[in-house]
Design a protein around this ligand. Structure first.
Ligand SMILES: Cc1cc2nc3c(=O)[nH]c(=O)nc-3n(C[C@H](O)[C@H](O)[C@H](O)COP(=O)(O)O)c2cc1C
Length: 218
């Protein structure tokens, strides 16, 4: 191969092959969650005694079974045949979507399929809250109200009810974490505009709160 054809071949490799490899390498795959384990957990009164906020997290990742149990407890379907879930929602609108920010990227919890659907193959944890621990904890749930699911309710009602509905989901997560010995804190301290932009949300989607989850830091 002469010098010119070698250079042309290298150029073709750089322009065509490298980007293709990177694109495939970066592709975020859906995560099939596992069946929630319904026979685990400590007695409710002891869990309530231990429920608390913690701001100190290990960077250790959560296994898929634990993540599956956590998301089902948060807002999974507990009465699939009636289309009802583990947390109540005003007029059964079920308008809160749970986005899951982890090191490998951002996912959306699809409760019906019990799957995490890829949204972004980018680590956006640093944007999920203003506090330092947020970017290093393995899981940040971002509770997003989808106002398009709330019919023609007035804007104030959409805001009020979606905030209340988020509270129930967050408390489910608090109780699950207390039962399983995980650390968690629900957070309002978020740059919502910047995060919504990073998540590519629509104008009728509103970030209500976020919640960090992980093993306690030893
Ligand atoms: C709506 C709401 C927003 C909160 N925002 C934050 C926050 O941005 N950062 C934080 O560290 N804690 C936040 N918290 C946690 C509270 O500070 C915490 O619940 C309170 O201090 C009581 O502590 P406990 O949860 O351990 O009982 C928030 C709690 C709620 C209910």
């Amino acid at each position: 191969m002469n010098k010119i054809s070698f250079l042309s071949a290298s150029l073709i490799f750089a322009v065509l092959i490298i980007p293709i490899t990177l694109t495939f390498g970066e592709e975020l795959k859906p995560i099939q969650l596992l069946k929630p384990q319904l026979d685990i957990g400590r007695p409710l009164m002891q869990v309530l005694k231990d429920r608390s906020s913690s701001r100190s997290f290990s960077t250790r990742k959560l296994p898929v079974q634990l993540l599956s149990n956590l998301l089902w407890a948060a807002f999974g379907f507990n009465r699939l045949e009636e289309g009802k879930r583990t947390a109540p929602s005003a007029r059964n609108w079920q308008e809160i979507d749970i986005y899951v920010a982890m090191a490998e990227g951002l996912y959306l919890y699809d409760a019906k399929k019990h799957t995490l659907t890829p949204v972004l193959s980018k680590d956006i944890r640093a944007m999920a809250g203003k506090q330092d621990f947020v970017k290093d904890a393995p899981v940040n749930l971002i509770y997003v109200a989808d106002f398009s699911k709330m019919g023609n309710a007035a804007k104030e009602d959409k805001e009020l009810y979606s905030a209340a509905d988020t509270g129930f989901i967050s408390q489910n997560v608090y109780l699950f974490c207390a039962s399983e010995g995980l650390a968690t804190v629900v957070r309002g301290s978020i740059d919502r505009d910047a995060l919504a932009k990073a998540m590519k949300l629509r104008a009728d989607q509103k970030i209500i709160l976020a919640q960090t989850i992980g093993y306690p830091k030893k």
